[in-house]
Design a protein around this ligand. Structure first.
Ligand code: ADP
Length: 468
């Protein structure tokens, strides 16, 4: 290019020198030089006009205007560049079309929105699953089409680690699992998966467990009643029957506890338990639990302390919160040897409210922690016989926290103790900013059996068998 440019320059200078020499020969050097320059200017004007017309309609298939010299080279190079761009554009378009075709062939609905949530594109499955119509819905704000407070909260949260399950706005019998990904300049790709079948199976499982538990409750109440009568009249029983009746009674209590927990869990899970969203003063709830925990500890004399560092109220269902907190505290008692230390702390910061239940008990091997909230999962199956646990306590805690937009954090080391922390979002705290107030140990005492807590407490301290 450099060579060709200097070649053209040399050509121009040669022509102008020719004009000058001719001018000297004819006696009009300046006039002929001006004439040459004017001629060059005129030619340049004609060529630039050609280029202007050509660029206005740069049809790649059309050959560039014919020209010579510098302008000829310019036209040729521009034409080559134009053809190259065309090819790249076509290649890109083919790739975009392939991606569109493949996403169209997907069974999952895919919707693209810009950073504001305006719908830019969707695939065929999205049309089916979400009922979008190309004539009216393109360019609409997504929250106008998926009108659900849960979806709005999820969409605006920008935290898309967990998917969201909702019924389809257009076909309510279809259950959809939404997963959003951020890309580009805060644009969003929303993938909606049809999970109706899974949802129905899950529903059937819950209904089955709930029905079986309810059905078993009546016969078990009858058996427990008779066993209680037999125990009350133990003196009339032959000695070899006394032990049998006592063991049967303990096992019946365990079954009762299990059924109570199963029913409670399925109620919390399917939302059958009326979710009573009111403002709860955490202190009295924790004080009562500490009182029951001391009763459960009994002769083991755990050192149980409570510290309430924030006096704002927590929005939620009192029964469910009581149930979750008591499960954690009673677990701390069960899994901490006699005279061990248990610290319960309620605190709040800009992130929200936090309930920590910390013990210096037997601890848990970290490999078990991710699975602890599964139903019937036990870190050490051989241990539970000593504690009388149902294996459902942490599953109840998890579901209560899910209902309260909360999260459970478990930190533990074998032999060093455990800390279970329930995190609640800041928008569930109502009241003035925190002001630190410590409530030192509540009066210790209760050495007898714990009173029966309401069913909502999920675990009843008096059901726990004496530790071996
Ligand atoms: P369980 O009725 O068996 O206590 P949970 O669901 O309440 O069932 O707890 C599940 C398992 O987690 C327990 O079996 C126990 O192995 C472990 N675990 C719970 N809390 C503690 C704790 N504070 N210290 C040690 N292990 C615990």
């Amino acid at each position: 290019m450099q060579n060709s440019w200097s070649h053209h320059l040399r050509q121009l200078l040669g022509a102008l020198t020719g004009c000058l020499i001719l001018g000297f020969m004819l006696g009009y050097p300046l006039q002929l030089l001006c004439l040459g320059l004017l001629g060059y200017l005129g030619w340049t004007m004609v060529q630039s006009r050609k280029m202007y017309d050509w660029l206005l309609n740069p049809d790649a298939s059309k050959t560039p205007p014919h020209s010579v010299g510098l302008w000829g080279d310019l036209f040729d190079n521009l034409h080559k560049l134009h053809l190259k761009n065309r090819k790249t554009e076509e290649k890109l378009l083919t790739q975009i079309n392939r991606v569109r075709e493949s996403t169209n062939a997907m069974r999952d609905g895919v919707v693209m929105t810009d950073s504001q949530g305006t719908i830019e594109w969707w695939n065929g499955a999205a049309q089916q699953l979400l009922g979008f119509r190309p004539e009216t819905d393109l360019g609409q704000y997504i929250q106008n089409l998926i009108r659900s407070p849960d979806f709005k909260r999820y969409f605006d949260s920008r935290n898309y680690e967990e998917p969201l399950e909702l019924n389809s706005p257009a076909r309510p019998h279809i259950r959809l699992n939404f997963q959003i990904s951020l890309f580009g300049d805060n644009d969003r790709m929303i993938v909606a998966k049809d999970v109706t079948r899974l949802h129905q199976l899950e529903q059937m499982r819950r209904d089955f467990v709930s029905n079986v538990s309810h059905e078993m409750r009546t016969p078990l109440t009858v058996i427990s009643g008779y066993l209680e009568t037999l125990e009350d009249n133990a003196d009339d029983l032959p000695p070899k029957w006394r032990r049998a009746v006592n063991t049967m009674s303990i096992q019946a209590s365990r079954m009762e506890a299990l059924i109570t927990d199963l029913i409670l869990l399925s109620r919390i899970e399917i939302g059958e338990q009326a979710y009573d969203d009111h403002l709860n003063d955490i202190r009295p709830i924790l004080e009562k639990i500490v009182h029951d925990a001391r009763a459960l500890s009994g002769s083991q004399e755990h050192d149980i302390s409570l510290e309430v560092k924030d006096h704002r109220k927590l929005r939620g269902d009192e029964g469910q919160l009581r149930s979750a907190f008591s499960n954690l505290v009673f677990n701390a008692v069960k899994y901490t040897p006699a005279k061990g230390k248990i610290t319960i702390t309620w605190s709040a910061d800009s992130e929200g409210g936090h309930l920590s239940v910390k013990d210096n008990g037997i601890g848990i091997d970290p490999i078990h922690i991710p699975r602890l909230t599964e139903r019937f999962y036990r870190a050490d199956p051989s241990r539970h016989l000593d504690t009388g646990g149902t294996g459902l306590g942490l599953a109840i805690v998890k579901h209560v926290l899910l209902n309260h937009d909360g999260k459970l954090d478990i930190r533990s080391r074998i032999g060093e103790g455990s800390e279970f922390i329930c995190h609640f979002p800041a928008d569930r705290l109502v009241g003035r900013a925190p002001e630190t107030v410590n409530i030192a140990d509540l009066a210790t005492g209760e050495t007898s059996k714990a009173p029966r807590t309401p069913e909502a407490s999920g675990k009843r301290p008096d059901r726990a068998e004496p530790r071996g």
